[in-house]
Ligand binder design. Structure first.
Ligand SMILES: Cc1cc2nc3c(=O)[nH]c(=O)nc-3n(C[C@H](O)[C@H](O)[C@H](O)COP(=O)(O)O)c2cc1C
Length: 351
């Protein structure tokens, strides 16, 4: 979906952006923009200069909205609740869900049935509370705003003409504009969370666990690499080795080679490490001191020779993070169930 959105955004930029952008257009991109424009030109009730013409073109090109007939879009017509969830469902690329839907006014096999089932499973809609979804009722602007916000986790209705978030019915043109606003948002506009899995592994045991965590959570992987690598002698804990010395030194902060690119983009940070003398290695302290994780959801995981558990002292570095319960692993088999238990928001992928 991301690539599709980016391609469409490029087209939109070329079609609707300031002349400076248009002046840079090459011929293939121009043709792409023309194709997008043609999408709304076929509607006799969508004048070329209308504020919603671009949004209508975008929604039709993406297959998110259709005309009400071959030649009309009915931009000023009221949007129904069924139409709204169908728009979001198509935007989400029509996910199939196995979810028991119990709305008395949503029969199976209607054009909107799957969309309502999906929206209910995603908790975007809950109906009227009397067993009805309100399928063909107009959707109020305030409810369109709320449902969009639940889906996008971003405001997408600001600046839409005639839209004040009141109980007035929303129009099809306004819905198209909200969809296009969503598409034009930068990365944060994609529903879900961006997840980082950062890990340190001195002898390779924590690495596969971290890889599995990243796979299960749908996160980006970042290895915390020591600027000065640990040699075997450094890790020989039965001697007076470097690792032992660091663990015994409250001020030890081994330097890290490399940095996380744009930590701000992540809403969830999962941090993995080996247990060294019952605690996290000091390089994890270095990592936590280097970044401000306030407001982010954070959890740690670790591997060990058998003893140890989450190093809760790490929580002191990020008092304003939302800490979830960490876990020690002796292999990768329990990783998925731990990640599931964290109940993280669905991962957002930018690729
Ligand atoms: C300096 C040092 C101290 C360790 N302390 C413990 C410990 O207290 N308890 C334990 O069960 N394992 C301990 N271990 C073993 C590691 O936690 C274990 O091998 C871990 O899986 C290594 O992860 P890694 O391969 O990702 O570095 C220690 C290892 C080292 C090098």
């Amino acid at each position: 979906m991301r690539n599709k959105l980016l391609a469409a955004l490029l087209s939109l930029c070329l079609l609707f952006a300031a002349p400076a952008c248009a002046a840079d257009m090459d011929r293939p991109a121009e043709q792409e923009a023309e194709k997008l424009s043609e999408q709304s030109e076929r509607f006799t009730d969508v004048p070329a200069g209308a504020w919603y013409a671009g949004a209508v073109g975008y929604c039709c090109q993406q297959g998110i909205m259709n005309g009400t007939t071959a030649s009309t879009f009915a931009p000023e017509e009221t949007l129904t609740r069924a139409m709204l969830v169908t728009i979001l469902w198509r935007q989400a690329q029509k996910p199939a869900v196995d979810y028991l839907m119990q709305f008395s006014d949503v029969p199976e096999d209607q054009w909107y049935s799957e969309a309502v089932r999906w929206a209910a499973s995603e908790k975007l809609v809950s109906g009227y509370g009397d067993g009805r979804f309100g399928t063909h009722d107009p959707i109020a602007q305030e409810h369109l705003d709320l449902i969009f916000r639940r889906y996008t986790e971003q405001p997408v209705t600001s600046g839409i003409p005639g839209f004040d978030g009141s109980s007035r019915p929303a129009t099809r043109a306004q819905a198209a504009a909200a969809v296009m606003n969503y598409a034009q948002l930068p990365q944060q506009g994609i529903a879900g969370s961006k997840i980082l899995v950062a890990y340190f592994s001195a002898t390779g045991n924590t690495r596969p666990v971290a890889e599995k965590v990243a796979e299960a959570a749908g996160g980006d992987l970042f290895e915390i690499v020591p600027a000065q690598p640990y040699t075997d002698a450094d890790l020989n804990y039965s001697t007076d080795c470097r690792a032992n010395a660091e663990q015994n030194d409250p001020d030890a902060r081994p330097a890290i080679a490399g940095t996380v690119e744009d930590m701000d983009q992540y809403e969830v940070v999962l941090i993995g490490y080996p247990i060294w003398w019952g605690r996290a290695p000091k390089i994890i302290h270095t990592f936590l001191e280097a970044y401000d994780l306030s407001g982010k959801t954070v959890a740690t995981f670790c591997t060990s020779g058998g003893s140890g558990h989450e190093d809760a002292t790490l929580r002191g570095y990020e008092p304003d993070a939302v800490w979830l319960e960490g876990r020690r692993f002796s292999g990768t088999s329990q990783v998925e169930s731990w990640v599931d238990s964290l109940d993280l928001p669905e991962a957002r992928s930018d690729s």
